[in-house]
Design a binder for this molecule. Structure first.
Ligand code: SF4
Length: 339
């Protein structure tokens, strides 16, 4: 194990405990990103100049509005040299015509292009410290460019990433002054800053939004997420509980937490543990629970083991099930978290 990996493990143990299988956590988020991410043209390139332009444009501007502007910009000034040789006023006018706001950013980008040509022979520097010497490039943008263009950055921590870390890790929520950067860097897999930063930012952008879409967006962190398990979805930028479409999500979270605590449980034992009014053949009984558990199984979160024993045998022998159960579900169903 390298020193970096060792210190990551120590940081995670100190700040988020040892309950999490960090390798599974990382690989599930990366797999989710591969299938669920939005297509943005700057994600299809590793041209540092094009990525620098996208990062400067997306400072305080919604990504959806940046797409057309970025394409037009790159078509007009396709290299750092062409931008450096342009008229500054043309760049500022372009910025204004594309409603990107904060026109100073156009001026700074133009000046940064000239710095790159004059001081770096037209090559965008890969080092985050050198990137911060460019006009208009602060530590956040420098790190993002180093990461997305050169796979050479630290964790990129914006409000989306903070929201994810706050919701997933109970210890972050409980800290007076959460060390977001420290934890984000400890979670970051070695040598994968490009894809990892894209993945965790995307999760915050399309799943862990202010009103989260945990199930609808197939969030891959549900089995570890404290917010999902407790139903408390507040966050640093969400001071009050967001409204939801119903309570089903909260019961999904309870199921995941209960299985995490107790391991495999029969369907009825699980039912009794997650709601006091559970009765196998009641409104919120076995059929209701079976529907939720089936969805969780379809989402790859739980395993359902069904034993097709002769009808009646398992029910009468099971302390979990009532004698007058009228459900037509298989007689013995047990549920556990997928590993
Ligand atoms: S389970 Fe929900 S709250 Fe937790 S990280 Fe995923 S989207 Fe956010």
């Amino acid at each position: 194990m390298s020193d970096g990996q060792a210190s990551s493990a120590e940081t995670l143990t100190e700040h988020v405990g040892t309950d999490i299988d960090i390798n599974a956590f990382r690989s599930q988020l990366l797999s989710w990103y591969e299938t669920e991410h939005r297509e943005f043209p700057w994600r299809e390139t590793d041209d540092p100049y094009a990525i620098l332009v996208s990062e400067v444009m997306s400072q305080q501007t919604q990504l959806g509005r940046v797409v057309d502007a970025w394409k037009d910009f790159i078509q007009r000034w396709s290299t750092v040299e062409t931008l450096a040789a342009a008229d500054q006023s043309a760049v500022v006018t372009f910025w204004s015509e594309h409603a990107l706001g904060y026109n100073n950013r156009a001026k700074y980008l133009y000046e940064a292009a000239n710095q790159i040509v004059d001081q770096y022979n037209g090559t965008v520097p890969a080092d985050p410290d050198e990137l911060t010497s460019l006009m208009g490039v602060g530590p956040y943008t420098a790190n993002a460019v180093a990461s997305f263009a050169f796979n050479n950055g630290d964790a990129v921590v914006d409000t989306n990433v903070e929201r994810v870390l706050y919701r997933v890790f109970k210890q972050v929520r409980q800290a007076d002054d959460p060390p977001y950067e420290l934890i984000a860097n400890a979670v970051l897999p070695t040598d994968k800053s490009r894809i990892w930063n894209n993945a965790i930012m995307e999760l915050g952008g399309v799943a862990c939004e202010k009103t989260p879409r945990c199930d609808e967006a197939h969030c891959p962190l549900r089995q570890w997420c404290h917010a999902y398990q407790t139903g408390d979805f507040t966050a640093p930028d969400v001071p009050t509980q967001p409204s939801f479409e119903g309570s089903r999500r909260q019961f999904r979270g309870r199921i995941v937490r209960t299985l995490g605590e107790h391991g495999q449980l029969s369907l009825d034992t699980l039912g009794h543990r997650i709601r006091v009014d559970y009765t196998p053949d009641g409104t919120h009984g076995r059929d209701w629970l079976y529907g939720i558990v089936t969805d969780l199984a379809d989402d790859g979160i739980v395993n359902m083991n069904i034993e097709a024993t002769a009808a009646g045998t398992a029910e009468t022998n099971s302390p979990d099930m009532s004698q007058d159960d009228k459900s037509e579900l298989p007689s013995s169903i047990s549920v556990s978290l997928q590993s």
